[in-house]
Write a protein that binds this ligand. Structure first.
Ligand code: VGL
Ligand code: ZN
Length: 209
């Protein structure tokens, strides 16, 4: 398989059991992206992954707000926060990467969502843009100019990772068939694609790489 230019990296977002069918915050058909990612990984010299990695007391969990339900919105330290089911708790099976996903090409894993006071959809920064996972500096240290983004979920962590990559100056491409939306609203996946395109993110299929 022909390799991409060495200034190019693949970012695999949150392909963890809790986001896959049967998981706590399952993305419908999320498992279908695994063989696609395994195939395209071989084209990249640099592959990194992100991992949603919450402490059990994370304030994005409805269970940590007595009387509140999943899907309700709260104010969390000045940011609007949707309440999620308990997911990707540090050390739990649900936080592990799916066993069928080939991790052997990965150079690094960037964990996010560790601060219980703020959610962290992007693999670069938390939602308040205070905490930094180090992913941006890592990519720059490797002279990466262009990033391809895939994984879960298209309308949350993939979208915000791609938007932050673009805002940091990386040429950014979404691999549309290597991501799936959680679609709390049935249009969220499509809206996420539009929001990314609007910011200059290119959308391609894995077959076009
Ligand atoms: C995600 C909701 C909460 C994601 C993570 O990976 O898209 N979504 N935490
Ligand atoms: Zn999360």
């Amino acid at each position: 398989m022909e390799k991409m230019n060495p200034d190019t990296a693949l970012i695999i977002v949150d392909v963890q059991y809790d986001f896959l069918p049967g998981g706590a915050l399952a993305v419908a058909h999320g498992n279908q992206i695994i063989p696609v990612i395994n195939l395209i990984q071989e084209k990249f010299d640099l592959v990194v992954a992100t991992q949603d990695w919450h402490p059990a007391n994370h304030k994005s969990f409805a269970a940590n707000h007595p009387g509140k339900k999943i899907g309700e919105f709260i104010d969390l330290n000045g940011l609007e926060q949707i309440l999620w089911p308990v997911h990707c708790v540090q050390g739990s099976q649900g936080a592990e990467f799916h066993r069928d996903l080939d991790q052997s090409p990965w150079t690094a894993v960037f964990q996010k969502g560790k601060n219980p006071e703020v959610d962290s959809y992007s693999g670069f920064f938390d939602n308040a843009r205070r905490g930094d996972t180090g992913l941006g500096d890592f990519l720059k240290s490797k002279d990466i100019k262009k990033v391809y983004v895939c994984g879960l979920a298209q309308d949350y962590c993939v979208k915000f990772t791609a938007l932050d990559a673009k805002s940091l100056g990386f040429e950014t491409i979404l691999i549309a068939d290597a991501t799936r939306p959680v679609n709390l609203d049935s249009k969220d996946g499509d809206r996420a694609i539009e929001a990314m395109k609007e910011k200059g993110i290119e959308v391609l299929l894995s077959t076009e790489l």
